[in-house]
Design a binder for this molecule. Structure first.
Ligand code: NAD
Ligand code: IPM
Ligand code: MN
Length: 366
């Protein structure tokens, strides 16, 4: 078996706690010869700032680029509220996304049967829910220039962020969404604000153009504010939703709560396939952040992180069977009634990060 390389970036807060469970999982799959991963790890976010005064070093960025897949925990926290803006922990994430050019961020929101009552919505609205948000990740207002705060002569300040999209950026993310829709229910909703934004007008025009190549896929346009409302009103009307960087960030946090908790949502960020090798750069991370409010307590839900590893197995290594086995192990543990605090129901006893990770591993071993 060829050796596959993983670069682990635990980051800050609960990022480090949930990465421990990933390491245990990989140790086991390697020992069973289900995988042959070589791993290396680096510092990102506040952890890197404390040591190197930058959110991520050039060296670790190069290691991330060279790896077959990057597994990222989470970054950020109040400790770094006052560091220079360009070195804030979140800058690590933005640099990696941009330098790896992982433009396609897949954020699946699946409501596991055992968690239908953990959602803040009624069971009948979320039971069986399986939607996929396809978020554009390397463009839009996150990266557009100018991006400045300037002092005005009248003593006030002016802040500018710039939303920029070019045709090719919309075209390629739309194709990812349509291709994925073909493996699912052949339905895409494209969310933008074409009623107020020029970038929305272009977004809609390009997506509709791409849609002509996918006549078998139903395409619906939806304004992003309505999409947020519809996700809460009747989420099961959606299958694949494609949207820009900022709307995708917000809509995926909304979708997370449909599944019970932000601690449940994994993600995969993929680049374009290399024209010669066919390999694509890939970055896997939970959708949630470093959760400073619960960091250090050992109570974070590791499921989003572990499910992100399952996505890596599926999308980077074509190990579909093992990925499915991990997802089934998560489902089985939840069906057994195990809950971390964020998905607790009925006042039942909750477990910590380590116990949840161990229970998933025990299911895998069965
Ligand atoms: P957050 O996602 O860290 O937390 C939001 C809420 O969800 C908190 O109450 C937290 O306790 C809970 N939560 C999140 N993940 C959980 C888990 N696995 N188990 C149990 N509960 C969980 O968002 P925030 O509080 O807005 O941001 C905190 C910091 O994280 C900020 O610095 C932010 O920029 C950063 N952040 C980083 C990433 C990332 O690294 N990918 C993503 C989002 C936010
Ligand atoms: C996410 C996060 C990041 C984003 C932050 C931490 C930069 O919220 O991955 O959802 O806004 O993309
Ligand atoms: Mn977010």
């Amino acid at each position: 078996m060829a050796t596959h390389s993983l670069f682990l970036l635990p980051g800050d807060g609960i990022g480090t706690e949930i990465m421990v469970e990933v390491e245990k999982l990989i140790d086991w799959t390697n020992s069973e010869q289900l995988t042959d991963f070589s791993t290396d790890s680096g510092l990102a976010g506040g952890a890197a700032y404390d040591k190197h005064q930058v959110a991520i070093t050039g060296e670790d960025t190069e290691k991330a680029k060279a790896a077959d897949a990057v597994i990222f925990g989470a970054v950020g926290g109040p400790k770094w509220d006052n560091v220079p803006y360009e070195h804030r922990p979140e800058a690590a994430l933005l640099r990696l996304r941009k330098e790896l050019a992982v433009f396609a961020n897949l954020r699946p929101a699946i409501c596991y049967p055992a968690l239908a009552d953990a959602s803040s919505l009624k069971r009948e609205l979320v039971e069986g829910l399986d939607i996929l948000i396809v978020r554009e990740l390397t463009g839009g207002v996150y990266f557009g220039e100018p991006k400045t705060i300037t002092d005005l002569e009248n003593g006030q300040k002016r802040a500018i962020d710039t939303q920029v999209y070019e045709t090719y950026e919309i075209d390629r993310i739309a194709r990812v969404a349509f291709d994925l829709a073909r493996t699912r229910k052949n339905k895409v909703h494209s969310a933008d604000k074409k009623n107020v934004m020029k970038s929305g007008v272009l977004w809609d025009e390009v997506v509709k153009g791409v849609g002509k190549d996918y006549a078998d896929v139903e395409l619906h346009h939806i304004l992003a504010d309505n999409a947020a409302m519809q996700l809460v009103r009747n989420p099961k009307q959606f299958d694949v939703m494609v949207t820009d960087n900022l709307f995708g960030d917000i809509l995926s946090d909304v979708a997370a709560m449909l599944t019970g908790s932000l601690g449940m949502l994994p993600s995969a960020s993929l680049g374009a396939p290399d024209p010669i090798t066919g390999k694509r750069k890939a970055f896997y991370e939970p959708v949630h952040g470093s959760a400073p409010d619960i960091a250090g307590k050992g109570i974070a839900n590791p499921i989003a992180m572990i499910a992100s590893v399952a996505m890596a197995l599926r999308y980077s290594f074509n190990m579909i069977e093992l990925a499915t086995r991990i997802e089934n192990a998560i489902s089985a543990v939840l069906s057994d009634g195990l809950r971390t605090g964020d998905i607790a129901q009925d006042n039942r006893k909750t477990v910590g990060t380590e116990e949840m990770g161990a229970a998933i591993l025990a299911k895998l071993k069965q």
